[in-house]
Design a protein around this ligand. Sequence first.
Ligand code: 13P
Length: 253
Amino acid sequence: MRRAFIAGNWKMNLEKGSAVELAKALVDGTRNITDRDVLICPSFPLLPIVNDIVSGSNVWLGAQNMYYEKKGAFTGEVSADMLKSVGCEWVILGHSERRHVFHEDDSLINKKVKSAIEQGLKPILCVGELLEERESGKTEEVVKRQVVEGLKEVSPEDTAKIIIAYEPVWAIGTGKTATPEDADSIHSFIRDILRDLYNSKVSENMRILYGGSVKPENIDSLMAKDNIDGALVGGASLKADSFLRIINANIQS
Ligand code: 13P
């Protein structure tokens, strides 16, 4: 049985005051949670202050990106060590906004995945197709390429430190959610890829999150699906009441 995982990606939202308020409310609201992982990923400048609040609580801290080099002349970038020093355990890599707004490719994302693991940060590797790719029947091809290239040279043992997030780009911030059936079938397809790349144990153990317009209203039907182990939430993670409702989703056993 895979442990459920609910992650909030704050993206480039929230300033200090509202971030502190939200983090405190989440720490309070998750005090009794023992059966699932909860993660928040604030923007870089907020990580230390949010870390002070979530440290020792049931809320994990993660970053939204990192660079693969350890240090040096890389203006504007941050390293895994820097993120760990401010309490991060996780890092989102290959988010569709990194791929499509900042033109990150599979090879760069793979370098980041390997570097994060080597340096003790756990990656959430995001994959997902654009609307035009879906409409031209290329969803599986795109998702397969992103999974295979993203995990290149990652050992079977190290897959235990990785989570995959399937986020169809057309469902992000648009209010359009993939149906639970559609999402489940792509998650199952990702498990087939993992079985081919590694073995059935890796395929069965790896957690796969769904992301794209996840809301209090649709979280239960998504979580009811066998292959959906949790959610990567954008907009609905910015308010304590909606994110806590998502965190408290019904989990089928
Ligand atoms: P929304 O939940 O706002 O659609 O964002 C999803 C996402 O990109 C999370 O990483």
